[in-house]
Write a protein that binds this ligand. Structure first.
Ligand code: C5P
Length: 223
């Protein structure tokens, strides 16, 4: 009998874009499909973990056996993650969190005022969910293993190494090749304290299973 690689572990995953409202109808978002994060949540569940998936607005079915929390904004995603991280053993941040949000969210639809002047929208920076959790006590004590993603169009290895250091995380996963948004295939580069390791290109679910196996190997033994 071989116990599953993540049996008894709790895994928290973020996926999809965030939506940052400027009024009740409008806002800014991005084209993240959520597919990679949903595949990772499914793979973690298959590996025996108890999985919480914090999802921005996406149209994907919830993987079987996974607890899903739907959120809109980066701040809501952070709140859900801070709550989930209190018990989690692994945090995997795949969400394409909007870097900025409109400074003001109007209570009512912003109307044309007849002046011909469009409204000025000021942006403020969103919290970095991954960096916030990685700086938390549980991550710093080694109880919470944090994994980040990077989508870079050039110099992936250098950027991925730098991002791993900046975010203060043990494992950074780079998307190799053209932007993977919406596609079913992907190619991943794992960057940890030992160096780089490429996973061969393949469907996101196959890669997700390989990534989960790699993460499981890096966890400290269960208490
Ligand atoms: O800094 P950058 O956005 O390139 O970092 C990407 C990684 O950080 C991803 O793992 C992403 O999910 C996470 N992230 C986050 N909160 C943000 C921005 C990025 O958790 N506000």
């Amino acid at each position: 009998f071989q116990p599953k690689a993540l049996a008894g572990r709790r895994v928290l995953v973020t996926a999809g874009p965030t939506f940052e409202a400027m009024d009740p109808i409008r806002g800014i978002t991005n084209h993240s499909s959520g597919k990679m994060g949903f595949a990772i949540a499914r793979a973690a569940r298959e590996a025996g973990a108890q999985v919480t998936l914090v999802a921005g607005p996406v149209s994907l079915p919830t993987p079987r056996g996974v607890t899903r929390l739907d959120v809109q904004s980066a701040r809501q995603m952070l709140q859900a993650c801070e709550a989930g991280a209190r018990q989690a053993d692994v945090f995997i941040a795949t969400a394409a969190v909007a870097d900025w949000r409109p400074e003001v969210q109007a209570d009512h639809k912003i109307k044309k005022d007849g002046s011909g002047q469009p409204p000025a929208v000021r942006f403020v920076e969103n919290p970095d969910i991954l960096a916030t959790l990685a700086q938390g006590e549980r991550a710093r004590s080694g109880a919470l293993y944090c994994v980040g993603f990077a989508a870079e169009s050039e110099n992936l290895v250098a950027h991925a190494r730098a991002k791993r250091g900046r975010k203060g995380i043990p494992l950074l996963v780079g998307n190799i090749g053209p932007l993977a948004f919406g596609r079913d295939d992907n190619e991943l580069l794992l960057v940890d304290e030992h160096g780089e390791q490429a996973l061969p290109p393949g469907p996101k679910l196959v890669l997700a299973r390989q990534l989960i196996a790699q993460i499981a190997r890096r966890l400290r033994p269960a208490a």
